[in-house]
Design a protein around this ligand. Structure first.
Ligand code: ZN
Ligand code: ZN
Ligand code: FE
Length: 782
């Protein structure tokens, strides 16, 4: 029997997920000696013992990792040297591994769930149970390294039993930082709307469930913030919640007791079920069943429901009492960040919630529920927050330390450190003072967590974005932004759609080049116009605009975003001129009062306050208005979503479009710039509309035409790799049709996976572009 050593390096999601204790137990069982430790990119094991025992150990490592772990790569080499006497876990050192040592929050594991429901277990019905395989992480971390004293659990002293578990490498709770039990851990309380304690402990939980079943709105303090919870089957309660929250149309998310309940409401593929029950436990968009038992007010006119499972013991216990779907929407006023502190919640949610189920484990930072869907057989993120943040996106090679401040809507920020890009949790639309405060706080937080002093700040090219102004102030050492110690740091402006392309490449781990089909609502172009229907050929280092949508006007600018009917008439104007405004058959025309049409016509004629745009998102808006689906909207993407949902997916034919020579307007424009001319499409569409063809068929032919145009444009450009990015590729029908066409034509297609296709992914792209620019050292121009 020969004694040998192996160094085994493992990459993937292996830190903070109970990986080292599990390796420890396996090694002990196999009779090996050696060490296991976290390093900057994963876990390194040094194991000594009989060769066949080590080989068997390595086989088990790969075969059955802990539930929340994911091994992406396992490499090993022979190891000379003296074996230690036994196997041990090496504590995290003061080196680079510290920045990676905060894991994402993990949904309650199966073992903890079982204990929760076991009357003989000492944690029976305890809402804060957790172990190394599950529980809060990111949302309780106050500092580095990730150890109990640096978490919001610092104020709770473990009882003897908990301490014994914590100290025992053979226990499931070995070094589980939030370890707690009913004797020593956090406790529940139920408050009325004035903050008076009504009940405590299990009684608080049962009383909350009882009230919700009676139609009350409960604010529930969870993992990364407050939820507002109401009975999803009670139309009046849901309507009351919408009124009080000032959220009138946006779909509301549901929490259901278990997978069976999800399958009763919605069509549930295996892939979607896995995603729902995964440790990240996001809200998953699922196609609803015809008679799904929830009030229409939950998601009006929407064929999908956003569903999540209980992901903390508190939610599991609450759902076990409720035994029915509830609305579980973020505890805020529409568009503001989610509340995390109970005193603050009492103030901000006053007038919304009837009661408050709270606890005394502080939340260190907000983390909204992530939102995902399954497209082309794979999970894709629409909102990246709880369960993913702050896990880094790894780049093919190291980049300089950078801060990227993201876009205006669905904002996230990002910090690079080594070959990792740390993307913040979803911050949201930068429309309210609260959102701006959250934005600044998250930047300070992320920089401290990554221990990075950025060499540059990457921001959007738009001069007036809140994030751009913040970057300028920070670099100038102005005001509060200077607190982040960014004074004097260089700024790099990144064009919005270039960031989309670079984000999609980085997401796929591909250097490029690629043809980026970057379609969205709005982005500031290098010619100062509003882009949004661009085809950019390039990589993070640069791009050429090879094609764009034929430009049209947005009468009233921002007003046209809120009123798709304005865009609709701007489109028809290009075909019919002033006659467009007199055609009473058109739903947008009919929706305007008599006195409003003339000023609109003058705007379209003169261009007064009516900027030109190439936005694909606005084209969708306009067509939705023509079909009578939405004349005004209360959130971005609403009209386009209505158009997608109206389309009959069985319709395969398409309207015609034309590809014409476009006149270059931007320095990045290709000399042979192609213009996707939508006028033939619109002409055919109007003819069918007036001929009484059903909107379902028209909407489908419109989608098919644009998907076909993408394929045709890709053929013309000839670049074998095509990246689809931007908010339009949240549209399932458009994306699936484009994907199918492109793949049939032999193209390799990149779709987002790890960051959203929408502006939530912009900060990643900004990092990639800024890094490439620093590398090539072309002086910046603004
Ligand atoms: Zn657990
Ligand atoms: Zn205890
Ligand atoms: Fe965008």
């Amino acid at each position: 029997m020969s004694l040998a050593g192996r160094r085994i390096e493992i990459r993937g999601t292996v830190q903070g997920v109970g990986f080292r204790p599990w390796v420890y137990r396996l090694a002990r069982q196999a009779g090996l000696s050696g060490t296991v430790r976290n390093d900057s990119a994963g876990v390194t094991i040094e194991a000594y013992g009989p060769d066949d025992a080590i080989a068997a150990f390595q086989g088990r490592l790969a075969a059955s990792p802990p539930p929340a772990a994911a091994i992406e790569e396992l490499r090993w080499e022979r190891l000379p040297g003296q074996p230690p006497a036994e196997f041990s876990i090496v504590a995290s050192s003061e080196t680079a591994d510290r920045r990676l040592s905060i894991p994402a929050d993990l949904a309650t594991c199966g073992d903890c769930r079982r204990e929760l429901l076991d009357p003989r277990d000492r944690r029976h019905r305890y809402p804060f149970t957790n172990c190394t395989n599950c529980g809060p992480r990111f949302t309780i971390t106050l500092g580095m390294p990730y150890d109990r004293p640096a978490t919001t659990m610092a104020g709770f002293t473990m009882c003897r039993d908990c301490q014994r578990e914590y100290d025992d490498p053979g226990d499931r709770r070995f070094h589980a930082q939030p370890n707690a039990c009913p004797l020593c851990g956090p406790q529940l309380a139920l408050w009325d709307a004035r903050g008076r304690i009504y009940a405590a402990g299990d009684e608080a939980l049962r009383a909350t469930a009882f009230s919700v079943l009676g139609g009350a709105i409960a604010a529930v303090k969870g993992l990364g913030g407050f939820h507002l919870i109401v009975d999803a089957a009670d139309p009046e309660a849901v309507a009351r919640l919408r009124r009080r929250k000032h959220r009138y149309e946006k779909p509301l998310a549901l929490m259901v007791p278990d997978l069976e309940a999800a399958a009763e409401l919605c069509e549930l593929s295996d892939e979607a079920a896995r995603l729902l029950a995964s440790p990240a436990a996001p809200i998953v968009l699922l196609r609803r069943r015809p008679r799904a038992g929830v009030a229409a007010e939950v998601a009006p006119g929407n064929p999908y429901l956003g569903i999540m499972l209980p992901y903390t013991p508190l939610h599991a216990l609450l759902m076990a009492e409720l035994r029915r779907p509830v609305v579980a929407t973020s505890g805020n006023l529409s568009d503001e960040p989610i509340s995390i502190d109970e005193r603050e919640a009492l103030e901000r949610l006053a007038g919304i919630a009837d009661l408050f189920l709270v606890h005394d484990r502080p939340i260190a930072r907000h983390a909204d529920d992530s939102v995902a869907f399954v497209l082309a057989g794979e999970p894709r993120l629409l909102r990246r927050a709880r369960g993913w943040s702050p896990a880094p996106i790894s780049l093919p090679r190291p980049v300089p330390p950078l801060l990227a401040v993201g876009a205006h809507l669905k904002n996230t920020v990002a910090v690079s450190s080594g070959d990792g890009v740390f993307i913040s949790q979803h911050i949201g639309d930068m429309e309210t003072p609260q959102a701006r405060d959250a934005f600044a706080a998250v930047i300070a937080d992320l920089l401290a967590m990554c221990r990075v002093e950025p060499q540059a700040i990457a921001h959007d090219l738009h001069p007036d974005y809140v994030s751009t102004r913040w970057a300028r102030a920070a670099a100038d050492g102005d005001g509060a932004a200077a607190a982040a110690a960014l004074a004097g740091v260089r700024r790099i402006a990144v064009q919005h759609h270039h960031a989309h392309l670079a984000s999609c490449l980085a997401d796929a781990g591909v250097a490029g080049p690629a043809l980026g089909v970057t379609w969205d609502g709005t982005g500031y172009g290098t010619d100062g116009t509003v882009w949004g229907g661009e085809l950019l050929l390039g990589d993070a280092g640069g791009f050429t605009r090879v094609a764009r949508l034929r430009p049209f006007r947005l009468p009233g600018g921002e007003a046209a975003v809120r009123e798709p009917r304005r865009t609709a008439l701007a489109l028809v104007w290009q075909l019919e001129g002033a006659a467009a405004l007199a055609d009473g058959r058109l739903a947008p025309v009919a929706s305007f009062a008599d006195g409003e049409r003339q000023p609109l016509g003058r705007m379209l004629e003169s261009g007064f306050r009516s900027p030109m745009t190439t936005s694909a998102g606005r084209l969708f808006d306009g067509v939705a208005a023509l079909l009578g689906l939405a004349q005004r909207v209360s959130f971005e993407g609403q009209a386009a979503m209505a158009l997608e949902y109206a389309a009959d997916p069985l319709v395969e034919d398409a309207y015609p479009f034309a590809l014409a020579a476009g006149e270059p307007t931007a320095p990045e424009d290709d000399a042979d710039l192609v213009e996707l001319d939508w006028r033939p499409l619109l002409g055919a569409l109007l003819e069918e509309l007036h001929g009484g063809v059903r909107p379902a068929i028209i909407a489908a032919r419109f989608h098919n035409a644009l998907a076909g145009a993408i394929v045709e444009l890709a053929r013309r450009v000839g670049e074998p790799r095509v990246a689809l990015s931007g908010g339009c590729f949240q549209n399932r029908l458009l994306t699936e049709r484009a994907l199918r066409g492109l793949e049939a034509a032999g193209f390799e297609v990149l779709l987002h996976r790890r960051v959203p296709a929408n502006d939530g992914g912009i900060s990643l792209g900004q990092v990639a572009v800024a890094a490439a620019r620093l590398e090539s050292e072309i002086p910046e121009e603004e």
